[in-house]
Design a protein around this ligand. Structure first.
Ligand code: ADE
Length: 249
């Protein structure tokens, strides 16, 4: 699943670095960072803003509403922080996956997450305002990713979603590898329903088969439940996945 040994390095470029503070401190991500399996460096693009006011945005050529992120602060921030010269963009793009988070990107899937998790490092650029000068996309980024068909106020939340999804696949971050293998999407289906104690709550009993101790029966029930649930909630996942022939018997 992962071709590099151990650690993954992620450089994030944003004009709102504080957004990343608590999500990177808490839970699984916090632990991975503390344990040295994951390193996330958050860089403030404004440090490379132009002029006395460290300007990072400007009006769009051709007119229209809103502001566009200027190219210079982004190019300079990324090259300086990653240790490349501005004339060395070709080598930078060969050596580092530079991802723009934007609703104009390819839609993120678990397969793409797994591809990214196999890389030793990547850089994430968080767009803001109404857009980013297209030269950043053309000459600095190697890909553009959207986390879904809706519009956020900026790429920061999307970058956090991507970091979380990728980090879970880096060896050592999720303790139990089995829980990765069983979960939703890796098998092209949504996960089966889970229950825990008490066996009865407010009169609602958990399915008896789960209490039976019959591992074969439990396995069959789970497969069937996952299939039935997926068929109801996300039939698109089953179409063309090779599972159409699977029967609920
Ligand atoms: N920035 C704004 N909306 C976004 C989205 N849906 N995905 C990624 N980045 C975004």
């Amino acid at each position: 699943m992962n071709s590099h040994e151990g650690k993954m390095l992620i450089d994030v470029f944003t004009i709102f670095p504080a957004i990343f503070d608590s999500p990177l401190r808490e839970g699984l991500l916090g632990k991975a960072i503390e344990g040295g399996i994951l390193e996330v460096r958050v860089h403030d693009i404004r440090e490379h803003g132009t002029g006395r006011h460290r300007q990072v945005d400007d009006a769009p050529f051709g007119g229209g509403a809103g502001m566009v992120m200027k190219p210079e602060p982004v190019f300079e921030s990324v090259t300086a922080c990653l240790g490349y010269g501005i004339e060395d963009l070709e080598r930078l793009r060969e050596e580092v996956e530079v991802v723009m988070l934007t609703p104009r990107g390819e839609r993120l899937t678990q397969a793409r997450v797994a591809e990214l998790a196999a890389l030793p490092r990547m850089a994430l650029i968080c767009g803001r305002y109404e857009g980013v000068d297209e030269r950043v996309m053309e000459h600095l980024c190697t890909s553009a990713i959207s986390i879904g068909d809706y519009v956020l106020s900026g790429g920061e939340m999307a970058a956090l979603v991507l970091i979380d999804a990728v980090a879970r696949l880096v060896p050592g971050v999720v303790g139990n590898r089995e829980s990765l293998e069983e979960e939703s999407f890796s098998g092209g289906m949504l996960e089966y329903p889970q229950y825990t104690r008490p066996a009865e709550y407010l009169g609602w009993r958990v399915p008896e088969v789960l209490l039976s101790g019959d591992h074969g029966a439990v396995e069959r029930w789970r497969r069937q439940a996952a299939l039935a649930y997926t068929r109801r909630v996300r039939p698109d996942l089953l179409r063309g996945s090779g599972d159409e022939t699977e029967r609920e018997d």
